[in-house]
Design a protein around this ligand. Structure first.
Ligand code: PHB
Length: 393
């Protein structure tokens, strides 16, 4: 080989290398969630959703390897949330942030996004107003206003005219209280009393006494899924309110599938409205449940945060594709505005104006399956629900 040919060969080699290596960068995704402590199962579901998505769709996008870095935030703690997001962006150089279980933690991250040139894809936090705090936030979960609104008419249609409302005293609880009241009163019902409980309430018997004393025919409730919901539903049963025929209305956070083995009969017959049931009957969900069960290790532990994470990864993959692995938060977010696909939960769309997910909301009832296990059985569909809690709609 002549010197000239060798130089040409080296030049072509370098060109080829550059077309691969300059663009085939590893894209890092930082996921914040409760991976330890009382809400660890919710974080475990984030991870199962992420792993299921990557198992079914590959670990690279357009030749860019995707590396996921997890950070543990055991309880709502805005200062720690902000510090973890900063560390992921500055030290780990993540191009995307995802996850976030609690609203206050999401609110602490959104002010950082513009300067960090980093989109945040929310897998859970469900207060409507989060979307107004940054143009770089996209949400693949739900809002409590969205899941709750259909319940108002359901209650009135069941002949329930007086309800007492009981919610956790923070963003998603207040949104749920307002959305239920609006829909229930528009249908002709009356909220006779509205109680807001501190987030760390663990003894629910005084609350159940107030429900009984109110004379209401039904109770509407929201608490964040995990130990609080388990405790609340147990208390509703143990204090005899369920047996007394007090009707129970709540979003599906209160009967998440992973709580059902512990609740057993206490949950049977409870009606909730939600965007996702593990028992949803579709080929997409079958595939998802199979992969997510494999990732989490036990079918009984699977719950809704897994589907928020699974669809969140879908959105992040689309962003990586649109930016060809380069860091451009605005371009990435613009690319998913209007994106629609068939999620394990049903048809969904990222609303371009709000960047929140439009989806079906299902009315479900806790039923006992042929295998003796309790599940959320979908009994009615409210199609194509936007977030009624956002002022822009
Ligand atoms: C929230 O903090 O936004 C949140 C947490 C748990 C839920 C729903 C909403 O089940």
């Amino acid at each position: 080989m002549t010197a000239g040919k060798r130089i040409l060969g080296a030049a072509i080699g370098a060109l080829l290398m550059s077309s691969v290596s300059a663009y085939a960068e590893t894209v890092k995704v930082g996921i914040i969630g409760p991976f330890s402590g009382p809400f660890a199962l919710q974080g475990k579901n984030f991870q199962a959703g992420v792993e299921a998505y990557m198992a079914l769709n590959g670990k690279s996008v357009k030749g860019h390897d995707v590396e996921v870095i997890y950070r543990d935030l055991p309880a709502a703690n805005p200062a720690q949330s902000r510090a973890l997001a900063q560390e992921l962006v500055v030290k780990e150089k993540v191009q995307y942030l995802g996850g976030v279980y609690f609203t206050p933690d999401a609110m602490a991250i959104t002010p950082l996004l513009a300067q960090a040139n980093t989109p945040l894809v929310i897998f859970n936090a469900a207060t409507s107003a989060i979307m107004n705090t940054s143009p770089l936030v996209v949400r693949t979960s739900f809002t409590t206003a969205q899941t709750t609104t259909p319940l108002g008419k359901v209650a009135v249609d069941e002949g329930v005219k007086k309800v007492i409302s009981v919610v956790s005293d923070y963003g998603p609880g207040i949104d749920a209280e307002n959305a239920f009241k609006k829909a229930f009163e528009a249908a002709g019902g009356q909220v006779v009393e509205a109680i807001r409980m501190p987030m760390n309430t663990t003894d629910f018997s005084p609350i159940m006494q107030r429900v009984r004393d109110s004379g209401a025919a039904g109770v509407f409730a929201f608490l964040p899924s995990g130990p609080p919901t388990l405790g609340f539903v147990k208390a509703f049963n143990e204090t005899g309110l369920k047996k007394a025929g007090i009707k129970f209305y709540a979003p599906g956070d209160l009967t998440q599938e992973s709580d059902l083995p512990a609740l057993g009969e206490a949950a049977e017959g409870l009606k909730t409205s939600f965007h996702y049931a593990v028992a949803h009957d579709s080929p997409e969900n079958k595939k998802f449940v199979e992969a997510a069960t494999k990732a989490i290790g036990s079918a009984d532990q699977l719950s809704f945060p897994a589907v928020g994470a699974y669809d969140g990864m879908h959105v992040i993959y689309k962003m990586i594709e649109a930016t060809d692995g380069k860091q451009d938060a605005k371009k990435a977010v613009d690319a998913v505005k209007g994106l629609s696909w068939t999620s394990p939960r049903g048809p969904v769309r990222i609303e371009p104006e709000t960047r929140h997910i439009t989806q079906n909301i299902y009315l479900r009832e806790v039923a006992k399956g042929a295998d003796g296990k309790y599940f959320n059985k979908e009994i009615q569909t409210f199609p194509d629900q936007k977030d009624p809690g956002l002022a822009t709609q």
